[in-house]
Design a protein around this ligand. Sequence first.
Ligand code: UD1
Ligand code: UDP
Length: 386
Amino acid sequence: MKKIKVMSVFGTRPEAIKMAPLVMELGRREGLESICCLTGQHREMLDSVMQAFGLQAQYDLDIMERQQTLSTITTKTILGMDRVIDQAKPDLILVHGDTSTTFAGALSAFYHKIPVGHVEAGLRTWDKYSPFPEEMNRTLVGDIAELHFAPTRANADNLRAEGIRGEIFITGNTAIDAMQTTVKERFTFEDPLLNTLDFDAKRVIAVTCHRRENYGEPMRNIMRAIREVVDRHPDTEAVYPVHLSPAVRECAREYLSGHPRIHLIDPVDVLQMHNLIARCHLVMTDSGGLQEEAPALGRPVLVMRRETERPEAISAGTAKLAGVEYEPIVSMACELLDDPEAYRTMARAVNPYGDGSACKRIAQAIEWYFGLNEQRPADFVPGDHN
Ligand code: UD1
Ligand code: UDP
């Protein structure tokens, strides 16, 4: 019997981390053939994930440029995808989340009349320009996709509120699936700085910051706030694996370099990052993925953004929106570092985002859609797995 060919298209670090366990799960299903097309929107950071999970792609558009714009990413992806789709002739194209790769990948599939499955569907802030351009990317992909894999019930409700066409499945987030294999009780870091950090003697603050809408004033506020927080607490060390984006690196270097307890390091692979989060005291970030991962590991998260499309951890009490102004970021971080009760309240392992079985649900949903499985997958319900 001819297998259903499922082509996963992704290109940035977070997409790769969250698609890797799904690509592997699809590969285990008898009726499916799983292939990957990388856009290469991120080069080094994407390759690092592929290596960590031992994955090899069948196609690689290799589009990254040092000064890439939203337009160059989008146009190069669409042109490259034309050739790949003609050659691979997939039955279904999967895209993930809200990057320019996601949007251009879905649009290419539509041009070729190939159904699209959207993994991590339905996240919304309802603000067109924040996060930019992600909110519009994911909204447009929602219109294109036939299959919507919403991590949470709230995400599915967002799609229903938009009157979206197609099938909606509540699956949990595949980030939690990825963490099943990466986090280890005993782990040796490859990064020389991480390898020598004493996580027992020091309170380690894991920092990341990279979002486009934070470029400029907000990012400068964030950097100054982090420096102030570390200055006020001699028993803390901040570790910031700095994104390879030149705009981010310049800002981080200007405001945070030269401090004995602030460590700017190159991006680390996903194994090291997940194990860093598992061992740190506090996460301060504007990242999407870290807002999902840290709560699962019982680490409080201060979200350095104006809004978030991931309200679940805030409702669960393990994340707080700190904004992008200097003063609130400093005071919220200081409260957590100075008040053990405030810290304890936030440092509880909760998993509103998934139970580690998202990929199984998505694979089953695809089988169901193509008539290979009579059962629709049951929805993910937080707490069901405990
Ligand atoms: C992209 C996504 C964003 C996601 C983020 C995850 C878009 C519009 N943005 O933003 O949604 O949160 O990835 O990290 O899709 N670079 C390298 N090597 C790499 C990766 C990046 O040198 O491996 C540098 C390049 O100079 C590149 C720049 O970073 O031009 C920016 O990369 P880009 O993908 O355009 O934007 P991100 O800010 O990474
Ligand atoms: N991450 C990583 N190495 C790093 C920094 C982050 O592996 O040096 C991981 C992190 O654990 C999460 C993902 O990258 O899984 C988040 O990616 P990013 O913050 O770049 O993008 P976002 O999630 O905001 O789209």
